[in-house]
Structures are given as structure tokens and as C-alpha cells.
Design a binder for this molecule. Structure first.
Ligand code: HEC
Ligand code: HEC
Length: 336
């Protein structure tokens, strides 16, 4: 009886995160109520998922990872800059945490080299969760649910490595491979379930020498984990120097990590500073960067002249970007 009650509460917890990829813009999901599942039902990923949604990892217990990485939006944020501790505004746009299993570097400037390493930053960042990592470990260890849960999953008390391991395991489970584009690549004779004729044209534009998208966004996740400068640094109103802030190599000024493009249709706004609201704005930017940013410093040579895309090519390209959204989440994670 008791277990039945717990699991239905557990279900209620996950259902509140379940209205996936609605296309329109529902309110941000609140993460205030955590209902803990029965210990026996736990796996490493589920434990990580619960911690990801639990504000216990922030100084005043008001903010969880999920406050800025919202499930309905492929675990990205819907605002240009996320709000952290005490209403402070972060410095960059929160990207999706999906499809990060193969990433070699994380963050827009690549300052973390694994999901485990990455996690220390938001917890301790004064503008985000503002909690010393040692304090986070102490809190989790003293919590009645987590002390039992970590014993079940790892055979030991929570410590800094198992805490990051569990959240990283959850993040690694968020791979999306079932998109119209993936299905079409497997079998291009599919009727209706693969790419539409417009998306196929858009795919050709994406791969063309004219648009050059594939030069930097290559498969399977549409990023080669490299850093490039697409012209969003001019040292004035655009003054985030990106990769340079880590390497101090002048050639890296204004370079940012090439973001993967899976689920990009649901992760607006775009770029490290969230300056573009729609995919169509992004495409207009690539078509002619100088219409948007004057005197960019160190812009990549591939983008130094307008691409000259026609309006049909732009529309087709956008249709292709929309074919990179996994439409199977609802059935893959039925209750979460
Ligand atoms: C206050 C908002 C906020 C909170 C809370 C937050 N993040 Fe983030 N997250 C961001 C922002 C902003 C970035 C990009 C920062 C940058 O690149 O400098 C980011 C980047 C990331 C990335 C890198 C993704 C990539 O493709 O490079 C991962 C992974 C991630 N966060 C996971 C987490 C986890 C796990 C937690 C909880 C422990 C968390 N975040 C809490 C805002 C937040
Ligand atoms: C020279 C390498 C390069 C080329 C060519 C390129 N991109 Fe990008 N792309 C990047 C980088 C780097 C960023 C992140 C830049 C930033 O935030 O300052 C980015 C960001 C994006 C984003 C925003 C994603 C997000 O989550 O915010 C989209 C969408 C995108 N590119 C699509 C395209 C398309 C479509 C093309 C072809 C017209 C293209 N890119 C060509 C390197 C490139």
C-alpha cells in the first residue's frame, strides 16, 4: 500500500515536468515540490534526475539545475540570460543539456572538459546557485532520502564524486536520436515520417558551399566541438571574448563553442548571449552579419561576405533545422 502511494506521488512529480515540446510557450515549470520515489525503484539516472530538480544544491534552496534547464525546452532556458540566486542575472544564455554525452568540452568557452567537471561551476557560481561544493555534499549526506538512495545506488554515502556522477548519468541519458532527419538518414523512402521535400532542400542548403553550415555544424550532433568566431564580438556592446577568457590566446578572441543543433527549434533564444529570438533571425544573421553587428573583431573568413541566400533557401533551411527535433520524447519518457 505504502509503495503504491509513493509511486503515484512520484508519478505526479514527473508528470509536472511532462508536457514536452509543446511548440507554444507555456510558463516555466516550477520545481518547488519534490516527491521522492521508493528507494528500491532507484537507478543512477533516476537519482541524478531527482537531484537535478532539487533546489537543495542552491544556497537558499530556491534554485535547482532545472530552474534554468527546463525540460519542455530540451533542458535549455527560455530567456536570454537566466535568473540565479537572489534574482541575479547570469552572463550567458543557458544551453540545452541534452546530447552532451559525446561533448569534449562544455560551456560556451569550453572551460569544463566533462559533465562531472562542469557541475561544480553552477553550484558554486555566485550568480547561479552560490553554494560551496563541500556544503552541497554535506547537505545531501545529511538528507534522509539521499543518504539511503546513495547507499542503494553506489553502496556508500553521498560524496562529491557520486553526486556529480549521478547527475552526469542523468544528463548522458538525454540523447535524442529519433528525429525526422535521423529516420530519413536511415531510410530515405519513408513516407511522412522522414524529411519533407522542403526539409530535403533545406538539408542541401545546409550542406552547400553557399551556406557553409556543415563546415562548423557537422553530424551526428551538428557540432565538431570546435570554437569559432561568427562575428558576435566587437569589444563594445558585444564584449564577451569567449574562448579567449580561458586560453588568453589572441586568436581565440570572440570564439565560442559551436553548439549542437539537435532540438534547436525548442531552445530559443539563440547564441551565447541569447541575442536572437527565432531561427529565422539566426538565418538572417548568417546571411549578412554586417546588417546586425558593426565592426566585428576577428570574424571567421567564411562569414566575412554576405552568403546571398534567396528567401526560398532561407525558408528551406529553417524547415531543415526544425527536422532536428526529437518528436518521440513523450513515448520515450512516458511519465517524466
Ligand atoms: C541560474 C541558471 C543555471 C543553473 C541554476 C544551472 N545552470 Fe547549467 N548553465 C547555465 C548557463 C547560463 C550555462 C552556460 C554558461 C557558460 O557557457 O558560460 C550553463 C551550462 C550548462 C552546461 C553546459 C552545456 C554545454 O553544452 O556546454 C551543463 C551540462 C549544465 N549547465 C548543467 C547544469 C547542472 C547539472 C546544473 C545544476 C547543478 C546547472 N546546470 C544549473 C545556467 C544554469
Ligand atoms: C564558422 C563556423 C560556423 C558556421 C559556418 C556556421 N555556424 Fe552556426 N554557430 C557557430 C558558432 C561558433 C555558434 C555560437 C556563436 C555564439 O554564440 O557566439 C553558432 C550558433 C548557431 C546557432 C544557435 C544555436 C543555439 O543553441 O544558440 C544556430 C541555430 C546556428 N549556428 C545555425 C547555423 C546555420 C543554419 C549555419 C549556416 C547558414 C551556420 N550555423 C553556420 C559556428 C558556425
Amino acid at each position: 500500500m505504502k509503495i503504491g502511494l509513493f509511486s503515484s506521488l512520484f508519478l505526479a512529480f514527473f508528470i509536472s515536468f511532462s508536457s514536452f515540446f509543446l511548440g507554444n510557450h507555456p510558463e516555466k515549470t516550477s520545481n518547488s515540490r519534490i516527491v521522492f520515489p521508493p528507494i528500491d525503484s532507484l537507478s543512477e539516472e533516476i537519482l541524478g534526475e531527482i537531484l537535478f530538480h532539487d533546489p537543495i544544491l542552491s544556497l537558499d534552496s530556491s534554485i535547482s539545475c532545472a530552474s534554468c534547464h527546463i525540460k519542455e525546452f530540451a533542458f535549455a532556458d527560455t530567456v536570454p540570460l537566466s535568473v540565479g540566486m537572489n534574482g541575479s542575472l547570469g552572463k550567458r544564455n543557458a544551453p540545452s543539456v541534452m546530447n552532451t554525452a559525446s561533448r569534449e568540452s562544455l560551456f560556451w568557452d569550453g572551460r569544463a572538459n566533462s559533465l562531472e567537471h562542469q557541475m561544480h561551476f553552477p553550484v558554486q557560481d555566485g550568480l547561479e546557485m552560490a553554494l560551496k561544493f563541500s556544503q552541497a555534499v554535506q547537505r545531501v549526506s545529511q538528507h534522509p532520502f539521499y543518504s539511503k538512495a546513495f547507499q542503494k545506488v553506489y553502496g556508500q554515502k553521498p560524496d562529491s564524486s557520486t553526486i556529480v556522477q549521478s547527475i552526469a548519468a542523468f544528463e548522458r541519458s538525454l540523447e535524442t536520436t529519433n528525429t525526422p532527419n535521423d529516420r530519413w538518414m536511415e531510410d530515405d523512402t519513408l513516407n511522412g515520417r522522414g524529411l519533407t521535400p522542403q526539409q530535403i532542400s533545406g538539408r542541401n542548403v545546409f550542406r552547400s558551399d553557399k551556406a557553409k553550415c556543415l563546415d562548423c555544424h557537422f553530424t551526428p550532433d551538428f557540432t565538431g566541438d570546435e570554437f569559432w568566431n561568427i562575428g558576435l564580438f566587437n569589444g563594445k556592446e558585444l564584449n564577451d571574448s569567449g574562448r579567449f577568457s580561458i586560453t588568453r590566446n589572441p586568436q581565440d578572441i570572440g570564439k565560442f563553442k559551436v553548439p549542437g543543433l539537435r532540438n534547436v527549434a525548442v531552445t530559443a533564444p539563440y547564441m551565447h548571449n541569447g541575442m536572437f529570438k527565432t531561427l529565422s533571425d539566426v538565418i538572417e544573421y548568417y546571411d549578412n552579419p554586417s546588417k546586425f553587428v558593426k565592426n566585428p573583431i576577428n570574424i571567421d573568413h567564411r562569414l566575412s561576405k554576405p552568403l546571398g541566400l534567396t528567401s526560398k533557401e532561407k525558408a528551406d533551411l529553417e524547415a531543415f533545422l526544425r527536422s532536428l527535433t526529437d518528436d518521440q520524447f513523450a513515448s520515450k519518457f512516458p511519465n517524466r
